[in-house]
Structures are given as C-alpha cells and as structure tokens.
Design a protein around this ligand. Structure first.
Ligand SMILES: C[S@@+](CC[C@H](N)C(=O)[O-])C[C@H]1O[C@@H](n2cnc3c(N)ncnc32)[C@H](O)[C@@H]1O
Length: 322
C-alpha cells in the first residue's frame, strides 16, 4: 500500500477559514498526501466535490488510495496548479467555492531517496516536483555559471556564503560532476565554513545544532528548478478568477519569499484605486476583488509544532472573493 507520512498543517484553521458548506466544490491545488483533501471532503459531505491537483504523479497516486472511499466526489489530476483554468475546463469543474494552496514539498517527497530533496540522499540530485518534466538540480549545479549559482543561493536561499559556495561547487565539478544530494550537502558545508557536519545530517535536514547549513542552498535550488515563485505569482490571479463570488482562497506558505508574494497580492486585490493620491481622479480603474478574512497571518500553535515540527514556519492567509 502506498501510504503517506505527511501530516497536514493548520488543518482546523484551514477548514474554519474556508467556511465550507455541505455541497461546496473545492480545489486542493497542492494535493500532496491528501490530508487537507480528506478534511475538506469530510467538511463538504455529502454532496461537495473536490478537485485535487499535484504536479507529482506519485503524490496523486498515493492520495487516490487514501481517498478511495470518497471516489464519487473526487477528481484527481496530475499537473501544475498554474494551469488551473485548463485543468478545471478539462474536468468540467465549476462553481468553485474554495481553493487551497499548501506550498512547498511534502514529507513523502523529502523521504523519497530517489528525489534528492533531502541532504542525506545518495540518490540522484533531482528535486523536481514533477517526476515528468523540467530541469533537474544536477543540471543546474553541474552547468550553471558561478555567478548564476551565487545569484540564486543569495536570492532564493538568502545564503550569506553564496559566492564562496558557488566558487567551490564550480571548482569541484571540474573533477567530477555532482550526482547526489549528499555530495552537494558536504560541499555546501565546506563552502559555508562548517566541517565535520556530515554525520549529523538528518533526513529532515536538521543537525544536532539546529538548521543544517545546506538548508538555504537546497531551498534555493528547489525554488529555482520548480519555478516556485513564478508559479505562485502566475497562479494567484487565476485562482481568484475561477472562484465564485464569496468563494475563499487559503494559502499556506513556508518561507518569507512566498509569504511576501501572497501578502502583497492579497493587499493589492483588497483595495480599489491604485492611483497616487495626488491624482484628482482615478485613472487605473483597479477594483478590489478580495476581502481579507484574517488581517493577521495565522501560524501554528506551540502544541501543533510540538506534534509536527515541520509545521513550525507555516503561515496561513485567507481571503474571500467579493
Ligand atoms: C506541502 S505539500 C501538500 C500537502 C497536502 N496539503 C497534504 O495535506 O498532504 C505540497 C505539494 O504541492 C505540490 N506542488 C508544488 N508545486 C506545485 C505546482 N506548481 N503545481 C501542483 N502541485 C505542486 C508538491 O508536489 C507537493 O506534493
């Protein structure tokens, strides 16, 4: 059996925030292990339908098994959520009352040694969410210029030692290309001026001293190859377009780059005219499309973090279509 080890985060807050009713049609655009999907299907019983999307066909398969008992109310699709309009058209899914985006990667993907997401993985340096399309992390690490590597480590990983790490990678790959996540993690440790950390590397990326120094570089590579920020920016307006009036959009993010995009998008869509105040009349014709449901970002309780440490950096924002 294809079971999932992923524990969904902020489940009660998501279900309450989406204000679900028994016949609502909901999209879970990042299906993962199907934990949120199951809670949504329970909250919309007996007639609500769920369209679950994930870029990772293995995740869709796992969720299909987990959600088998709801199969009459379920449509599952493998695909990028930024193509949501195409996906709902093909699926004949309409009157969407709620959309959930739970960004990032799942515990199942992290634990799968063949995906290269974890520092301790000796498998290929892949890191693609999609198991079918896109550039691998190995291609980036082994072919991009030192300048471009340093740029993404700095921009998407906020890594202080970006230049040093990029320099070391480029020097070492001339002897032999990087093949595994473990090899890369070791070099990042050296580039960041930390030695002897290899033994302490855990599958979740933690070390005996807290955050593993390679966390930021791995995050940067993952964001780059999966175009995570571009997908999010492109998808947000589409998600609002497909929602019915008074439908709700809930987004869980796990790092500040994503949360900033969501926060700014919600803020902009919640106000009308965007013209500078000195203009006597509105020229932009911008109209508010959203109402913020939570003014302050929602974070997990200490109890949830104790039960599920992976939830520690989760941030939930919810808005309603006007
Ligand atoms: C944090 S997990 C979701 C966990 C899920 N909410 C649950 O309860 O099990 C994020 C999922 O989003 C998927 N994902 C990431 N980017 C995606 C994209 N652009 N389109 C579709 N799925 C994506 C990943 O493959 C991963 O399975």
């Amino acid at each position: 059996m294809n079971t999932t080890a992923h524990i969904p985060v902020l489940v009660n807050e998501v279900i309450a925030g989406l204000n679900l009713k028994p016949s609502d049609n909901v999209i879970d655009a990042t299906l993962g292990g199907g934990g949120h999907a199951e809670a949504i299907l329970e909250a919309t019983a007996l007639n609500g339908k769920l369209l679950g999307i994930d870029w990772d066909s293995k995740a869709v398969k796992r969720a299909q098994e987990r959600l088998a008992k709801y199969k009459n109310r379920l449509i599952l699709k493998t695909g990028n959520y930024r193509n949501v309009k195409e996906i709902i058209y093909e699926s004949g899914f309409n009157e969407v009352s709620a959309v959930l985006l739970d960004l990032g990667l799942s515990t199942d993907q992290l634990a799968d040694k063949s995906r290269g997401f974890s520092f301790s993985s000796e498998g290929p340096l892949d890191m693609r969410f999609s198991d079918q399309e896109g550039l691998t992390a190995a291609a980036v690490v082994n072919t991009w210029s030192e300048k471009d590597l340093a740029h993404i480590f700095r921009k998407y990983g906020e890594e202080r030692h970006a230049s040093r790490i990029a320099h070391l990678i480029v020097a070492l790959r001339q002897r032999a290309p990087f093949n595994s996540a473990l090899e890369l993690a070791d070099v990042v440790l050296r580039g960041a001026g930390r030695r002897g950390g290899k033994k302490r590397i855990s599958a979740r990326g933690g070390s005996a001293f807290g955050r593993h120094p390679a966390t930021r570089v791995f995050q940067a590579l993952r964001i780059t190859i999966n175009r995570e920020l571009e997908n999010l920016e492109a998808a947000l307006p589409e998600m609002v377009d497909i929602l019915a009036s008074q439908g709700r959009l809930a987004i869980i993010s796990f790092h500040s780059l994503e949360d900033r995009i969501v926060k700014q998008f919600f803020k902009r869509e919640a106000i009308g005219c965007l013209c500078p105040p000195e203009l006597p009349e509105c020229r932009c014709r911008h109209q508010a499309r959203l109402r913020l449901i939570n003014k302050k970002v929602i974070t997990p309780t200490e109890d949830e973090i104790r039960r599920n440490p992976a939830a520690r950096s989760a941030k939930l924002r919810i808005a309603e279509k006007i």
